[in-house]
Write a protein that binds this ligand. Structure first.
Ligand code: HEM
Length: 557
């Protein structure tokens, strides 16, 4: 027996003699040490969320969700740094659960003590592998405001979001939701990943055509094709044929990169994700060069037409250039916008469409509700959409809004993370916590989204769950209540108005023009949900048949 073997054997014998509590403590400590060694480039000194933070948050959520007396729960509870609603072993990172006034804490403290900027900086290092340098830190610090304000101004303001929405040209897109073609060249961009199969061609005789497709791929790419041009113009999407596929491939490895998993781990998902990241960065870098050429009045590479690039991109590029960001760094910065605007919205859109079509009777009820706000026209043997009144939809279509909130409750878990910039004292019931600069706070808003005391029958999709009678008007209105899908405080989602419009309008437009049913007939099967926090993904694809809606006596405008 080697010396190594004998040491291990003696250690195991000693371990077996320990009490259960000591065994569990030793096991947790060893796991933590191994974890810290394995993911060693993370740091709690720097302004970067500790890599073990998300893992600890997941552990806290699962411990609080189960019976609160297990051995691991008791050890964790004994070891946690603070009390009350603060869960976390080290002061470097705390998970807040059940803290009553997150909105006020994050709003009032925002400009003084709590900030999101270093969370954003961490994404540069983790998602894109940039080295942590004083120069990059300074660039992030000085560019922080001009970076966020154009997004906020356009996508979180009624007029800006409405104008961006119009640029997406949704009526035309929805009218051509499926092309009824098997030729790749004739298919729409969003059909290419959906494995579409024409079951019955559409002809001019008025006979109903039918197409089979994978619903998740189809809807997610449809949503992305709607979202990207109002921000980046058509050039980025047109010039990068793999852009959509690469967004979803890279999105798969983001949770792994977030916990600082090395990119060399021999996992297929990691390899594919990192290759996709490279193509995305290259594509966005060339795009940033073309945007700069446009702004300088120079000849644009490949004679690209950038006339429809939004002010958001132009203003951000000006700020990045002024602060001497290299093109590689600009690519990462703009890829974050591409991600923020798609990776949350499109999976939610998929679940929304699935719930609408799979809930008995809901499509018909929604058709009645949204019809006054979706103007149809007749051409040849079919109807198309002429205009969508998004303000009317948000004002009057309260059932659709409730359906969206119920989808967000089941399929999206928001997390707000803030960096403590200067010392603060937080009153938490009878506890008073002093938080130190350089530490992080995370709030998983989704913790209570399946709590039966707040949402009876919590795993069931209940379309009108969020409808309440308004005491002054007596009308039913959809209210968020305690649901926080956009995060909390002053730095909550910068694109929420646009996202709300997008979910409402795409939902309304699809139900008005299309029938969707399970392929092969029979009952709908809702796939298992994977992942989260953030948007959950379906465990498997949902194969569907898509046909144009048959209108029975619906009058035309
Ligand atoms: C269903 C759709 C969406 C959901 C559920 C969602 C949710 C969120 C959440 C939870 C946050 C973090 C907020 C916090 O820290 O408290 C966030 C941040 C953000 N969102 Fe959204 N979002 C959506 C769509 C969009 C869209 C369409 C855009 C842009 C057009 C956008 C832009 C952003 C930006 C720029 C941030 C800040 C990122 C950072 O610097 O950390 N989001 N979003």
């Amino acid at each position: 027996m080697s010396l190594g073997d004998s040491i291990i054997q003696r250690a195991l014998i000693m371990y077996h003699k320990l009490s259960t509590v000591t065994k569990a403590t030793v096991a947790i400590s060893i796991a933590l040490i191994l974890y810290r060694l394995l993911f060693r480039h993370e740091s709690t000194r720097r302004k970067e969320l500790p890599a073990w933070g998300p893992v600890e948050m997941a552990l806290v959520m699962s411990l609080l969700d189960g019976p609160r007396n297990g051995i691991v729960y008791r050890i964790f509870f004994a070891l946690r740094r603070y009390g009350g609603s603060f869960y976390g072993i080290s002061s470097a990172n705390q998970t807040l659960i059940g803290y009553e006034d997150v909105d006020r804490l994050f709003s009032s403290q925002m400009n003084h003590a709590l900030s999101i900027e270093w969370h954003g900086y961490g994404l540069f290092l983790r998602f894109f592998g940039f080295p942590d340098t004083p120069a990059l830190r300074k660039k992030v610090e000085t560019t922080f405001k001009p970076w966020h304000s154009p997004v906020e101004r356009v996508f979180n303001n009624e007029a800006g979001a409405a104008a961006a929405f119009e640029r997406g040209n949704l009526p035309k897109m929805v009218s051509k939701f499926v092309s009824f073609s098997m030729e790749k060249e004739k298919m729409k961009r969003w059909e290419l990943r959906a494995d579409t199969k024409v079951i019955k061609p559409e002809d001019n005789s008025g006979e109903e055509g039918a197409v089979e497709a994978n619903l998740s791929a189809l809807i997610m790419d449809f949503g992305a094709c709607f979202t990207i041009p109002p921000i980046f113009g058509h050039d980025l999407l047109d010039r990068n044929p793999h852009l959509l596929e690469d967004i979803w491939k890279f999105d798969h490895v983001v949770p792994l990169l977030f916990i600082n998993m090395p990119t060399w781990v021999p996992l297929k998902v990691m390899k594919e994700g990192i290759e996709a990241r490279k193509r995305l960065l290259d594509g966005v870098e060339s795009f940033s060069r073309r945007v700069t050429q446009l702004q300088l009045g120079e000849k644009i590479d490949d004679g690209a037409d950038l006339s429809d690039v939004s002010d958001v991109v132009l203003e951000r590029n000006t700020a990045l250039k002024r602060n001497e960001w290299s093109y590689k760094e600009r690519a990462a910065s703009e890829l974050l916008v591409l991600f923020a605007s798609n990776t949350n919205t499109q999976p939610v859109l998929f679940w929304l469409v699935l719930y609408i079509y799979s809930t008995p009777g809901l499509v018909d009820t929604l058709r009645e509700e949204v019809a006054p706000f979706v103007t149809l026209t007749s051409s040849a043997n079919r109807k198309d959409i002429n205009a969508i009144d998004t303000s009317g939809l948000s004002r009057e279509c309260q059932l659709l809004k409730s359906v969206i909130l119920e989808t967000l409750r089941l399929a999206f878990g928001a997390v707000s993370t803030r960096f403590v910039k200067s010392p603060i004292t937080v009153q938490d019931g009878k506890h008073t916590h002093k938080l130190h600069p350089g530490t992080f706070l995370s709030v998983p808003h989704s913790f209570s989204q399946r709590d039966p005391s707040m949402y009876p029958d919590p795993d069931k999709f209940v379309p009108d769950r969020f409808l309440e009678t308004d005491p002054s008007s007596g009308k039913l209105v959809a209210k968020y209540g305690k649901l926080r899908p956009w995060g909390a405080g002053a730095s909550m989602c910068r694109g929420r108005l646009f996202a709300e419009k997008e979910l409402m309008a795409i939902g309304a437009a699809l139900v008005m023009l299309w029938d969707i049913s399970p392929a092969g007939g029979g009952e709908w099967k809702i796939p298992e949900m994977l992942g989260g926090p953030g948007p959950v993904k379906p465990k498997e694809e949902v194969r569907v048949v898509i046909r144009r809606r048959v209108f029975d006596g619906v009058p035309l405008e």
